[in-house]
Design a protein around this ligand. Structure first.
Ligand SMILES: *Cc1c(COP(=O)(O)O)cnc(C)c1O
Length: 216
């Protein structure tokens, strides 16, 4: 399955985030030995425990909603944080990254699903957040793109529509806020059930767990 997915991503030039939450370090090492280096987790404590044990060239991504008080535990090593949706958490990431003399990549999470989800920005609040950053530059974070989760549904037209929404948010932000910033380039969308649609709609990173590791 791993090789099949890697081959599917190849023509799109998209990156695979192997979502290893609840899976053992042995299971992670199986994929590592096949060449995978980007792994995603959602729970901070689990992430920290795994990162301590596993090879240092793994690029760890925090994909879940991150509470402000947990940022300090991952700031020394985390590569990308996917679900940033407030100035409060961005400020904390900046502060903790500064303590470690690092720059942490952050993706702004936008709410694209129809269903009631607690997390994610709408376009206006995303713009407001970027305006605050512009007024008060944060040298230890780098906004590298956007992230979204589609509605949990079998209706693939709905899912496609939502991915198109995220792509259009990305395009607008790119034009208006990051025209010359080559590092603002990531669209993190698509999971086991919908990653092929996400790729067609412009995903640059897909987050896949179940298909790689089996049911949780
Ligand atoms: C668990 C999770 C995934 C992976 O989901 P699968 O359906 O197992 O591929 C992707 N993104 C986020 C934010 C997750 O929490």
């Amino acid at each position: 399955m791993f090789n099949k997915i890697v081959a599917e991503l190849e023509p799109f030039g998209a990156k695979l985030v192997a979502v290893s939450k609840t899976k053992s370090t042995q299971e992670i090492m199986k994929l590592y030995d096949q060449g995978q280096r980007i792994f995603g987790e959602n729970r901070v404590q689990e992430l920290v425990e795994k990162a301590e044990i596993l090879p240092k060239d793994i690029q760890w991504h925090e994909i879940g909603h991150l509470q402000t008080n947990k940022v300090k535990y991952i700031a020394s090593f985390i590569h990308t944080i996917h679900a940033v949706d407030s100035l409060k958490v961005l400020k904390e990431i900046n502060k903790q990254a500064r303590n470690h003399n690092r720059v942490i990549n952050c993706l702004l999470q936008f709410k694209i699903a129809k269903e009631e989800s607690k997390f994610g920005l709408d376009y206006e609040s995303g713009v407001a957040l970027l305006e605050s950053i512009k007024e008060n530059p944060k040298e230890h974070i780098r906004i590298t793109g956007v992230m979204g989760m589609a509605t949990f549904t079998d209706d693939m037209d709905q899912v496609r529509k939502e991915f198109k929404t995220l792509k259009s948010i990305f395009d607008q932000l790119k034009t208006n806020w990051f025209p010359d910033d080559e590092l603002f380039k990531e669209i993190s969308m698509g999971m086991s059930g919908d990653y092929l649609i996400a790729l067609e709609e412009g995903a640059t990173m897909v987050r896949i767990g179940t298909l790689l590791f089996g049911e949780r």
